[in-house]
Write a protein that binds this ligand. Structure first.
Ligand code: TUI
Length: 332
């Protein structure tokens, strides 16, 4: 398939693997890139030496195919991570949970493609003005840290607001979601939750089982009160968290203490005491398979079960963006 996203990123299929902190390592990212998508090493909360090693592993698995890395902007060491990724000449950087304005110039200088994750059209426009190559418009169906808007409303708004390619994220785990995203104007999709259960994903089997068993109402958002809402699977930890958050006399330190180590515990298999981040699309994930199989299924399903011609939609989306750019410059 050819879309502005495949061309920009040098990939064969317009599927980007969502960055998942403590989960998306070099093995997962390399496997996704080797299968024709774009694998992303999640750098959030990781030591610089780990990041360097995982990028090396991803490159080894991906061969000539590009790979990306994600900078979590709430991470206290985001600046150091940003610098390291420029030094490593990573092909693509995605960012999350903030504005990457301070790092854009250095990345562009190093030849890194910059694809910020945005949760509003206002931020998408700011990113376009600063030179972003594309944006990921992530709706609140997604797992992990989320914004306010749902994918169905966010993606077309962002498509109307910018001329750079838009990659849709949040709630997309199969071909129906991908076809819908293209119908909304996207030229690529970012998929996280579907990759939680693939063979190459390092999380404990117990976490994978919970994703496979999840129904549509099995995710919940914690942290709304603190301004850092996070979606994950309902479990003991999430229920306790919600209870503490609902009571007005819970000290902020106690809530922070609940988060400490919660991701690591989940990844290691503590499905009661850990924070199992996952999106609403967990209800659509029924298979393990390999990353390559998941991508092949997604693409085949998008064409067939979506009942739409994805290539035609992608071409129409690019053409519309081109027309809008001409009109803005008064060339129409
Ligand atoms: O970043 C994500 N998802 C994440 S980061 C993460 S790591 C974490 N660990 C423990 C606790 C909390 C987080 C887990 N999941 N997605 C991208 C994303 N970015 N979603 C929403 C946003 C966003 C929201 C507001 C981006 C920018 C923004 O506003 C910035 C501004 O300046 O307007």
């Amino acid at each position: 398939m050819h879309t502005r996203v495949t061309e920009l990123l040098g990939i064969r299929v317009p599927v980007i693997q969502g960055a998942m902190a403590r989960i998306a390592d070099g093995k997962l990212a390399g496997s996704v890139s080797a299968a024709g998508g774009l694998g992303i090493v999640a750098c959030g909360g990781a030591p610089l030496s780990w990041i360097e090693e995982q990028v090396r592993i991803a490159r080894e698995i991906a061969g000539e195919a590009p790979i990306g890395a994600n900078v979590m902007l709430m991470d206290p060491q985001a600046a150091e991570v940003a610098e390291l990724l420029a030094e490593l000449r990573i092909d693509v950087v995605t960012t999350g949970a903030g504005s990457p304005a301070n790092f854009m110039a250095a990345w562009k200088e190093a030849g890194v493609k910059v694809v910020p994750v945005v949760a509003s059209s206002a931020l998408a426009q700011r990113m376009e003005r600063l030179g972003a190559d594309a944006v990921v418009a992530e709706g609140c169906e997604a797992g992990g840290h989320i914004g306010e808007l749902a994918t169905m409303a966010l993606v077309p708004s962002v498509c109307d607001a910018v001329n750079i390619p838009v990659i849709a994220a949040g709630g997309i785990a199969d071909g129906r979601g991908m076809a819908a995203a293209f119908a909304l104007g996207a030229e690529g999709v970012q998929v996280g939750t579907r990759f939680l259960t693939v063979e190459e994903c390092c999380i404990a089997d117990a976490y994978k089982q919970r994703v496979l068993k999840a129904k549509d109402s099995d995710t919940v958002v914690t942290g709304r009160g603190s301004g850092h809402p996070v979606r994950g699977l309902k479990n003991k930890w999430a229920r306790a968290m919600r209870k503490l958050e609902a009571s007005s006399d819970t000290p902020a330190e106690q809530l922070e203490g609940m988060y400490a180590g919660s991701l690591r515990r989940a990844v290691e298999g503590d499905v009661d005491g850990g924070s199992m981040m996952a999106g609403q699309s967990a209800a659509l994930v029924h298979a393990r398979k390999t990353a390559a199989c998941a991508i092949a299924d997604l693409m085949a399903d998008a064409q067939v079960r979506g009942g739409l011609d994805l290539q035609q939609l992608a071409d129409a989306n690019a053409e519309r963006a081109g027309r809008a750019a001409c009109a803005l410059e008064g060339r129409e």
